[in-house]
Design a protein around this ligand. Structure first.
Ligand SMILES: C[S@@+](CC[C@H](N)C(=O)[O-])C[C@H]1O[C@@H](n2cnc3c(N)ncnc32)[C@H](O)[C@@H]1O
Length: 324
């Protein structure tokens, strides 16, 4: 089965994970299995996670090619520790996260992620199957002006967030939103149309709704903590992000856990950190895609990769605060 989703920063991910025969790696965001296949080809076993049941045909294809070394567990990656236990494996040597939405999810109109294709205003990555959680329609039809404007600004960087929220509230009293194109049109009108816009005017609002529907930042925070709790000493953590808020969270997590968090000032002293670092950085800062990948895959434009090696110190547990 050929993959409709070009894996981003694949060479960098494999270099950072350095998988070898006998290792066990968790691919926390299986998608179409691009990373998983590359890890399996280097001889390691893979326990793959995905909250989206529609990835199953890709998993079946991988299982046919690597019958003994691959398994998929359907779970949000905040459940990584429990999933690893369920896998029956003894020791975790690597965990990779490729955060965000896949090309398949964007392309399936009925999932409701796209402002270009008409579909139900859903956006749950777990698909319409689990009947749980708020949909994008629930959010735009019930949330107050303040919280709506807040997520448009925070998760979407929408400068005119208040104006969009006002237009949504005005429209929904006449008729609640049910379809993607209907919402995209209302947002476009509120923002004064498409003239001169480099991207579709609804891009930011759709991104914000997707992040809120799937609690993507909460998932990332709990996923990182679960990886810290589960990786064996020497195990590698590799994270690819596409959004500055997510990258900031990964950076804050690694800054804290490598013992590099800034101390307090004279005016606001903080307790001296006595815990030993639970990670060492594999390289400083974040790496980005090179020219060749950028030319071949526009999705790589905003991608950033960070990586670290687990030490033998105890896990720190919950993060102090988000890196926003
Ligand atoms: C960008 S794609 C991954 C592509 C994959 N690396 C590949 O090479 O094909 C992201 C995938 O992660 C899944 N995903 C996103 N957030 C998740 C979460 N919190 N828990 C589990 N899966 C998640 C999505 O359903 C999607 O299939």
């Amino acid at each position: 089965m050929t993959s409709p989703h070009a894996p981003v920063l694949l060479a960098e991910v494999i270099e950072a994970l350095a998988p070898k025969a006998g290792d066990v790696v968790i691919d926390a965001t299986f998608g179409a299995g691009g990373y998983t296949r590359a890890i399996l080809e280097r001889g390691a076993d893979v326990v793959a996670l995905d909250r989206d049941p529609t990835v199953q045909p890709f998993a079946d294809a991988v299982a046919r090619d690597f019958p003994d070394r691959f398994q998929l567990i359907r779970t949000p990656f905040s459940g990584l520790a429990e999933a690893f236990e369920e896998s029956g494996k003894a020791k975790l040597d690597g965990a990779v996260f490729d955060i965000g939405v896949s090309s398949m999810q964007l392309d399936q109109a009925e999932r409701g992620f796209s402002f270009m294709r008409d579909g139900p205003l859903d956006m749950r990555m777990s698909a319409n199957s689990d009947h749980g959680g708020e949909t994008a329609a629930d959010i735009v039809n019930t949330w107050d002006h303040g919280p709506l404007a807040h997520i448009f600004k925070l998760y979407g960087d929408e400068r005119q967030s208040g104006r969009v929220a006002t237009a949504i509230l005005r429209r929904r009293v006449e008729q609640p939103f049910t379809r993607t194109l209907d919402l995209a049109e209302v947002v476009e009108k509120a923002l004064g149309g498409r003239r001169g816009a480099a991207i579709h005017p609804a891009t930011r609002v759709f991104q914000a709704l997707r992040i809120a529907v799937n609690d993507e930042l909460g998932e990332l925070e709990r996923g990182l903590e679960a990886a810290e709790a589960t990786l064996a000493p020497g195990g590698r953590l590799v994270v690819v992000t596409f959004h500055s808020l997510e990258d900031r969270m990964v950076k804050a997590f690694l800054t804290e856990r490598t013992g590099n968090a800034p101390g307090g000032s004279r005016h606001a002293p903080v307790a001296v950190e006595t815990r030993k670092p639970s990670f060492d950085l594999l390289f400083k800062g974040a790496r980005e895609a090179g020219e060749a990948e950028l030319a071949a895959n526009p999705r790589a434009r905003s991608a950033k990769i960070r990586a670290a090696v687990r030490t033998d110190a105890p896990a720190w547990g919950a993060m102090k605060g988000r890196g926003a």
